[in-house]
Write a protein of this length. Structure first.
Lengths: 317, 160
């Protein structure tokens, strides 16, 4: 078996690596947060606390898998699987390096957007099935937030697509041979970054699960491995957004001296660390502030960005 | 390919029937989403990747999310399930079943003389868009005006 796009080895190692990285991020995030907040963080289990994740996994797997009697069983069980499936499917179109990837699709960007829009069902069904006030409030917020920010996410990408002339993510990387798209598409990059955080509902945009207001939001009633899937799903989303930013705006695997896959890992890790730093540095906005900011600032800005990009491309021809 | 096509088509039909027969409105919605995704796969296999992915983004990903959103606002519980069950008796199905049976008979009759070739040519995003913004640009503009009218009236109603 050789390493090429779509080979069993390639698919298997991507799936394995992505899930392991997402699980390890739980430890990385706690250590980094404590570093920035001048604490120690989890450092007891194994060297540097590296085995903390293993301990957490043992705990979460042996917990009782409890479905509340008042919950709607089908939707309650379905909800956490949706987020995992949808995000893992999105990784199928991400080009990690030359020859490493699952599929080279001509509709790659659209596929990612489709999967992101299906991801909204996870939080909505989870909150609705729980039959709990806080869960319902959380999922109402999540629904409005994800549906709104999907719009800006899509429009902010169109500038890149117009420049590269393709929806294929691998071709988008190859089109950045000369200059990374972060320079001509800086506005698009910033909008995509913000929309990406909102889409994976991480702090500072974790309004659907704000502990101080609505207990744990849409996953209040969840425990055991079902909660674990929501939790790992969030980190998978973080890895996905970082990989997408790397691919779309920072030239993917391109870079001097080091092998391509190493460059990809370095760039993606920098964005993951940046997202964790954001969590440590920025407080959560109010819900109405988030929505107003989205519709009154990000939407006009992304449309303007698209129009200006289109005009420049036309005038260059 | 053909096996995948028939599998997706069967899923689409079965999940649509399940959606109609379902008493629980949220479960019905999940079946409808499943049916739309199956139709997206059918589109993809027939060589229309753009239509397939739009089906997933627009229908399954946006319109159905809004349906679910409204359902969450109304928060219908056991009460609505019971009401639905009392409505969905055996006799309700007679008239729709006859009509769909007639339609199916007609459909099969038409399909009988039709030559099939399931070796589709792929129509990419580029071809679809050059048609949309070439000969059909007027239709696209009219559709966008309709959407604008909808937006303005929604704004007006929300203001009241």
């Amino acid at each position: 078996m050789t390493f090429e796009v779509g080979s069993g080895l390639s698919i298997g190692s991507i799936l394995f690596t992505v899930i392991i990285v997402a699980a390890m991020l739980i430890w990385v995030e706690r250590r980094l947060l404590s570093l920035w907040q001048e604490r120690l963080g989890p450092n007891r289990v194994g060297p540097f606390g590296l085995l903390q994740v293993v301990a957490d996994m043992i705990k979460i797997f042996t917990k009782e898998d409890w479905v509340p009697p008042f919950a709607d069983k089908l939707s309650f069980v379905l909800a956490p699987t949706v987020i995992m499936i949808v995000i893992l499917l999105s990784f199928a179109v991400v080009p990690f390096a030359p020859g490493v990837g699952v599929i080279d699709s001509n509709i790659g960007v659209l596929f990612v957007l489709a999967m992101a829009s299906l991801g909204a069902y996870s939080v909505m069904l989870g909150g609705l099935a729980s039959d709990n006030k806080y869960a319902l409030l959380g999922s109402l917020r999540a629904a409005a937030q994800m549906v709104s920010y999907e719009v800006f996410m899509g429009i902010s990408l169109l500038g890149v697509v117009a420049l590269a002339g393709s929806f294929n993510l691998r071709e988008i990387v190859l089109a950045q041979e000369g200059v990374w798209y972060v320079i001509p598409q800086f506005v698009g990059f910033v909008i995509f970054l913000i929309a990406g955080i909102a889409e994976s509902h991480r702090l500072p945009f974790d309004i659907p699960e704000a502990e101080q207001e609505i207990v744990a939001g849409y996953h209040t009633e969840y425990s055991g491995m079902k909660f674990g899937m929501f939790f790992v799903g969030e980190y998978l989303g973080l890895v996905l957004i970082s990989s997408l930013i790397t691919v779309l705006f920072f030239g993917g695997w391109m870079g001097p001296f080091l092998p391509p896959i190493i460059w990809f890992v370095i760039k993606a890790s920098l964005f993951i660390a940046f997202f964790i730093l954001l969590r440590a540095a920025i407080p959560r906005p109010r819900y109405d502030q988030l929505m107003t900011f989205g519709w009154l600032v990000l939407l006009p800005l992304s449309l303007l960005n698209l129009m200006v990009t289109g005009a420049i491309i036309l005038s260059m021809q | 390919m053909i096996i995948l096509f028939y599998l997706a088509a069967a899923i689409a039909i079965i999940s649509t029937v399940c959606m109609v027969l379902q008493n629980n409105i949220v479960h019905g919605l999940i079946y409808l989403i499943l049916s739309l995704l199956a139709v997206a796969i059918v589109f993809f296999l027939l060589g229309a990747p753009f239509a397939a992915v739009l089906e997933a983004i627009v229908y399954a990903g946006a319109i159905m999310v809004l349906f679910l959103f409204v359902m969450m606002m109304l928060n219908m519980g056991q009460h609505s399930v019971d009401q639905e069950r009392s409505w969905m008796g055996g006799r309700v199905f007679i008239a729709p079943a006859i009509m769909s049976g007639l339609l199916l008979a007609q459909f099969l009759n038409v399909l009988r003389d039709y030559e099939f070739e399931l070796v589709p040519t792929e129509i990419g995003v580029m071809q679809v868009s050059s048609l949309l913004f070439g000969p059909y640009v007027l239709a696209v503009e009219l559709a966008s005006i309709l959407l604008l009218a909808g937006l303005v009236s929604a704004y007006h109603l929300a203001k009241k």
